[in-house]
Design a protein around this ligand. Structure first.
Ligand SMILES: Nc1ncnc2c1ncn2[C@@H]1O[C@H](COP(=O)(O)OP(=O)(O)OP(=O)(O)O)[C@@H](O)[C@H]1O
Ligand SMILES: [Mg+2]
Length: 450
């Protein structure tokens, strides 16, 4: 077997050293050049490999060129808009999508809302919002690709829900439609709560709407003693109109109100009606809640949704001495200093209206009465003859004669009557003023069950 170089047909040809030396005039660089030429020209494998290499790099270049070109075209022709789940318009957008007629999507998520009516019945509404994945819609003649993505690993620490984003892509020339779309989505959401008050309650360390927006309670439906309502309303309006005054003087733009008095006198009802009247939402927090801590209170009070009244119920709970509860150690709850710190710390560029209620003003520490914490304090007491008369007329309009008699009899009982008690009696005797008059004695016992 001939194993010498060049002897085999398949083996590369051997190098001609003599020729190399002659052609190169004896210099080293010349020899190297010639050696290279001989190898490249005479070696078919090398030549084929080289060809492939050139082809490969050509293709790679072309590929990266195409990628760059498509990137360029993408940037020039398409626009993206990203809405993270933390943003307010995120839920508005999903709701809007659920109602959008021209959509093609096969991935849907269900969002169930149920409403419990006063009579106990429940009506349920399912909205099919676009689920994670891609969706194509047509909006005002433009196509939009909608991509809803869920980040599997990242969790929103406040709610424990996975982070999500929705990305909308459309042609560059249609970019201005994004604005229209967002304002359509917002208007739809606003319309849904038009004439209603959203009640927020604390959920962990964030505020969440409690049920569906509620129909506004009208201010005239809450009957307080003469002058009380007007006094508060006047003060709140003056506060709201003087933002610049506070800002110019570097004073935190907040005002605290305390309504104190016996149970069932209309404190909570009035604050809810006031929120409705001002077109504000309301954030309700009960300080007697066992698992509320100073930290949570502070965080929540500093993160109230915009245009909301903060309502702290039963603030005397913060003034209870901490008691040891056996094995569980110290009872959790808000401390006095925690409440003061939270009240002092509320610093937002927007106005902050805080209402506080208590049935036990005597338990409050005088430190809370400092201006800036509580600026306006008012007693909301049991029903006065004036209130009894007004309540009667609210339930039985036009029945002046019965009203006069009822007020006389109720006052003659010589007991404290709460407005909630009166409401109970009048609701029991719907459209029957005579019967209410007959049953006036029941007002003697505050816990009478009809
Ligand atoms: N002054 C009032 N005018 C009209 N309705 C009232 C009035 N006071 C009480 N009510 C009715 O009584 C019920 C209880 O009232 P509300 O919860 O406002 O009392 P409250 O003063 O907040 O009591 P608590 O101190 O126990 O929280 C409500 O249904 C409300 O409609
Ligand atoms: Mg109340």
């Amino acid at each position: 077997m001939d194993s010498s170089a060049g002897g085999n047909e398949n083996s590369p040809p051997s190098l001609d050293l003599e020729k190399l030396r002659e052609d190169s005039d004896g210099s080293m660089s010349g020899m190297a050049t010639n050696l290279f030429q001989q190898v490249v020209q005479g070696n078919p494998y090398f030549a084929a490999g080289g060809g492939l290499m050139v082809l490969g790099s050509g293709l790679a270049l072309a590929r990266s060129g195409i990628i760059r070109l498509s990137g360029l075209l993408y940037r020039q022709l398409l626009v993206d808009m990203e809405i993270p789940s933390k943003d307010k318009s995120y839920l508005w957008f999903l709701e809007w999508m659920a109602k959008h007629p021209q959509r093609s999507s096969r991935h849907l998520s269900v969002e169930t809302n149920f409403i419990q009516h006063d009579n106990g019945s429940v009506s349920t509404k399912f909205s099919l919002v676009p689920g994670p994945g891609n969706h194509l819609i047509r909006y005002k003649g433009a196509f939009m690709l909608i991509k809803r993505e869920r980040s599997g690993k990242m969790l929103d620490m406040t709610s424990g829900a996975p982070f999500e984003t929705v990305t909308l892509t459309t042609l560059y020339r249609d970019r201005l439609l994004f604005r229209d779309l967002l304002s359509d989505a917002k208007n739809l959401a606003v319309k849904a709560k038009d004439g209603k008050t959203v009640v927020f309650t604390s959920w962990g360390s964030e505020w969440r709407p409690f049920g569906q927006p509620k129909a506004k309670r009208l201010l005239p439906s809450v009957i307080l003693d003469k002058g009380i309502k007007d006094g508060i309303i006047h003060d709140v309006n003056e506060f709201l109109q003087n933002g610049k005054w506070y800002l110019d003087r570097g004073i935190p733009y907040r005002r605290g109100y305390l309504l104190y008095g016996p149970p069932g006198s209309g404190k909570t009802s009035f604050i809810q009606a006031l929120a409705g009247d001002l077109d504000y939402n309301i954030c309700i927090m009960n300080l007697s809640e066992a698992n509320l801590t100073d930290d949570r209170l502070n965080h929540l009070m500093n993160n109230i949704p915009e245009r909301s009244i903060l309502l702290l119920e039963d603030i005397d709970a913060a003034f209870n001495k901490r008691t040891q509860t056996g094995d569980q150690g110290y009872q959790s709850g808000v401390t006095f200093s925690g409440l003061l710190n939270a009240l002092d710390g509320v610093a937002s560029s927007e106005e902050t209206i805080t209402f506080m209620t208590t049935n036990h003003p005597e338990r409050l520490d005088p430190a809370i009465m400092r201006p800036g914490r509580i600026d306006y304090k008012v007693f909301v007491g049991n029903a006065t003859p004036y209130q009894i008369g007004r309540m009667f007329m609210k339930f039985y309009p036009g029945e002046d004669k019965y009203c006069e008699e009822f007020v006389k009899k109720a006052s003659a009982l010589n007991v404290s009557i709460s407005t909630a008690q009166l409401q109970g009696l009048f609701v029991f005797n719907k459209d029957d003023p005579e019967s209410s008059l007959r049953m006036v004695e029941t007002l003697k016992s505050p816990n009478h069950v009809f």
